[in-house]
Write a protein that binds this ligand. Structure first.
Ligand code: SF4
Ligand code: SF4
Length: 374
């Protein structure tokens, strides 16, 4: 397995494997956790995603002169679009500039954009993937943490680990710096959220906006994991925007998000149940204190018993995003920490207040949640 450390360097996997083999010889708490979770997480994170951006066309369309305007998201005007009747470039520009045919508009100025599209019947929308900011979504807390743990593991001498395996593992796992991105974010890029807000303004302003790869394009780039992930997400979001009403859109976002969270929880198995007791209840004396079924028992809605939605086979009858999202302090300190704003669909569809509501509304079936989110 190749560990591509934030596209900056490749980590020595032989060295990591040798150290993990040593760590696996110990049966202490953090050594067991590290040897199990690191392997599982790396294999989960290294799964290759196929490009499935069916609503986007790669490359510049040849028919740009047939439409009233081309709106292009980029931090620089694009020569290939100069034959368009009107070309609006949207980016992080300090001021809006315009001549008869070419306009530069700041991505935050959706009103200016709306005004300039007032008489357009048909437009094409394009974007430069390299100018879009997808960092928050791609480098999730989980990814950042476990990649940093790998890096720290390569730095730690074999002999130091051998001397005291549990101490070395505790140091690696509880190292606060492991939660930090090892490079600063590029603030010059166009936030995906802003792009989609402007996109919505365009489709609402134009009389005949047509969805489909004919009308939505992106500049060709080399497709690595980062861009594949970004293009797939944009295509999916665009598809959801075409659903006729808001409730349907929210329902689809809810289902997709639940499915993804469940898939991740199954792939990683981070609660690590043994004889019905989760890892936190086996190793800590505080909440949820050595009881069975982890945090699906003794909830504030069902005191002293299992949650009403817990099945006999320990699965859940409902899909409550808040429950899917939740991880206790024990897991959070060890890198299993979710944030709703890191899921592009949720981040884009719901404002901060709604996200807070989702996070704290535990044990709530989808039908109830939907009423609050509409
Ligand atoms: S999240 Fe809940 S079930 Fe999972 S380890 Fe923590 S307390 Fe246990
Ligand atoms: S609703 Fe939440 S607490 Fe209840 S069974 Fe499902 S996941 Fe567990």
């Amino acid at each position: 397995m190749i560990i591509n450390y934030f596209n900056q360097e490749e980590l020595d996997t032989n060295d990591i494997k040798e150290k993990l083999d040593l760590i696996a010889t110990s049966s202490t708490e953090n050594a067991k956790y590290l040897s199990k979770m690191l392997i599982k997480t790396l294999s989960y994170l290294s799964q290759k995603e196929e490009l499935n951006a069916q609503h986007l066309k790669e490359g510049f369309p040849t028919s740009i002169s047939d439409v009233d305007a081309v709106v292009y998201f980029s931090n620089a005007p694009e020569e290939a679009l100069k034959n368009a009747k009107k070309c609006i470039t949207i980016g992080n520009f300090k001021t809006n500039l315009q001549d008869a045919k070419n306009l530069l508009i700041n991505v935050k100025h959706t009103r200016v954009l709306k005004k300039n599209l007032k008489n357009s019947r048909c437009v094409m929308i394009g974007f430069q993937p390299e100018d879009m900011d997808f960092m928050n979504y791609y480098y999730t807390r989980l990814k950042v943490y476990f990649y940093n743990v790998c890096k720290e593991l390569t730095r730690m001498p074999y002999e130091v680990i051998k001397q005291d395996i549990e101490k070395a593992c505790t140091t690696l796992l509880l190292e606060k710096n492991c939660f930090q991105l090892p490079f600063p974010k590029d603030k010059t890029k166009i936030k995906l959220k802003r792009f989609l807000k402007a996109y919505q303004t365009i489709i609402e302003s134009v009389k005949e906006f047509k969805i489909g790869s004919e009308y939505l394009f992106y500049k060709s780039i080399k497709k690595d994991e980062y861009y594949t992930n970004m293009l797939n997400e944009i295509s999916l979001i665009v598809e959801i925007f075409t659903l006729p009403d808001h409730i349907e859109q929210v329902s689809r976002i809810y289902d997709i998000s639940c499915e993804r969270m469940l898939k991740e929880a199954h792939a990683l198995g981070y609660c690590d149940f043994e004889n019905n007791r989760c890892i936190a209840s086996r190793y800590t004396n505080g909440f949820p204190n050595s009881l069975e079924n982890g945090c699906c028992q003794n909830t504030y809605k069902d005191r002293g018993k299992n949650c009403r939605y817990l099945n006999k086979d320990h699965s859940c009858q409902i899909c409550a995003i808040s429950c899917r999202m939740f991880t206790c302090g024990y897991l959070q300190k060890r890198g299993i920490d979710h944030a709703l704003f890191q899921y592009p669909l949720i981040d884009i569809a719901f404002g901060k207040l709604k996200r807070t509501e989702i996070i704290y509304d535990f044990f709530t079936p989808k039908e109830v949640m939907m009423k609050k989110l509409k």
